[in-house]
Design a binder for this molecule. Structure first.
Ligand code: LMR
Length: 328
């Protein structure tokens, strides 16, 4: 009977192996929404779990739930505040209910590349933002990089006017709603796990995302093509609850935060290469990739950039200036 039960359990076991936590170990559940492989966040989350489970054996135990198997991003922060999950890494676009400061990361054409994003995050203003939600019970631990966003649709997008009248899926961010309206599109906020189906069924016509997400969730299969716009970024906040972090014994907390810092530094260095590889995988799998001439790109900048003014009060003119300085 035991053997049969074990076999049955193995059959229904989730694809990701969960570390069996021992009695007395602090259990750290990490919920996220992307793939585990060929993805900057998925790889970093797996490495974090591997190191915690090895180096903190007997003290702490981490279980990773990828691919929205535990929570969507719109539920995970509430679950965290209730103590049902201890770690998440939603994109910076998904914190609107908690802070408007992160809106700077969604403003189109704000950052030239992920190096600039990193420089801004490392600045005093960026580091302060890690603590900006403490009053609401959330503590930012680190910024994790993904990469630059590209646009895709059910028809070729070369000029911004090509986007007129199309429905676009956006993350739950009012900046991204304004950005899609600026190009004459109709934005629709939607959970990441629903995007493939929505594109396939024509609920929406297009979307914007990084190469690793476009490849990982196969969006290219249900789109005419992807235009390399590099018009924005997706980056993450590795986040936990203030209460949970405070509840840890000082030596456990210190060791955990040290591992977080090391994994962050190691994997952030690789994020651009991971996305470049994902782009090549899209091409290899038959996806169409279009690039823009300098004139075409300038037209997208011209139409999208006025969105900045709308959100300047939320993010602060001085922060915009600091972000721009990070581009040089
Ligand atoms: C999205 O919703 O498109 C992304 O934030 C998903 C992710 O975590 O990269």
């Amino acid at each position: 009977f035991v053997a049969a039960a074990l076999a049955a359990a193995a059959l229904i076991a989730p694809a990701v192996a969960h570390a069996a936590c021992d009695d007395g170990e602090v259990v750290i559940k990490f919920s996220h929404v992307t793939n585990t492989d060929k993805h900057p966040k998925g790889i970093a989350a797996s490495l974090l779990a591997e190191r915690v489970n090895k180096e903190m054996n007997g003290k702490a135990c981490m279980e990773v739930f990828p691919n929205s198997t535990l929570y969507n991003d719109n539920k995970v922060l509430e679950a965290m505040l209730q103590g049902d999950v201890q770690l998440a890494a939603p994109s910076l676009s998904k914190f609107e209910k908690f802070t408007k400061q992160f809106r700077i990361f969604d403003l189109p054409f704000m950052f030239n590349d992920i190096k600039a994003v990193e420089a801004y995050q490392a600045s005093e203003a960026g580091q302060k933002m890690l603590d900006s939600m403490q009053r609401r019970g959330l503590q930012g631990l680190a910024y994790w990089h993904n990469g630059m966003k590209q646009m895709s649709a059910s028809k070729p997008l070369l000029q911004p006017t090509d986007a007129k009248g199309l429905k676009f899926r956006v993350q739950s961010s009012d900046v991204l709603v304004a950005q899609m309206e600026a190009i004459g599109g109709t934005p629709q906020k939607m959970a990441f796990s629903e995007v493939y189906g929505a594109l396939q069924q024509g609920v929406v016509d297009g979307q914007e995302n990084t190469w690793s997400n476009i490849f990982g969730k196969k969006f290219f299969e249900v789109q005419d093509g992807i235009t390399e716009t590099n018009h924005g970024i997706i980056d993450y906040l590795l986040v936990t609850s203030v209460d949970w972090l405070d509840s840890l014994k000082p030596d456990v907390r210190e060791q955990f935060l040290q591992i977080v810092a090391e994994v962050t530094a190691t994997r952030n260095q690789e994020s651009t290469a991971v996305n470049e590889a994902a782009k090549q995988s899209v091409i290899k799998a038959g996806g169409t990739v279009r690039s823009l001439t300098p004139e075409q790109r300038a037209a997208w900048v011209e139409v999208m950039k006025p969105v900045w003014a709308k959100f300047e009060k939320d993010v602060g003119a001085d922060n915009i200036a600091a972000a721009q300085a990070a581009n040089s």
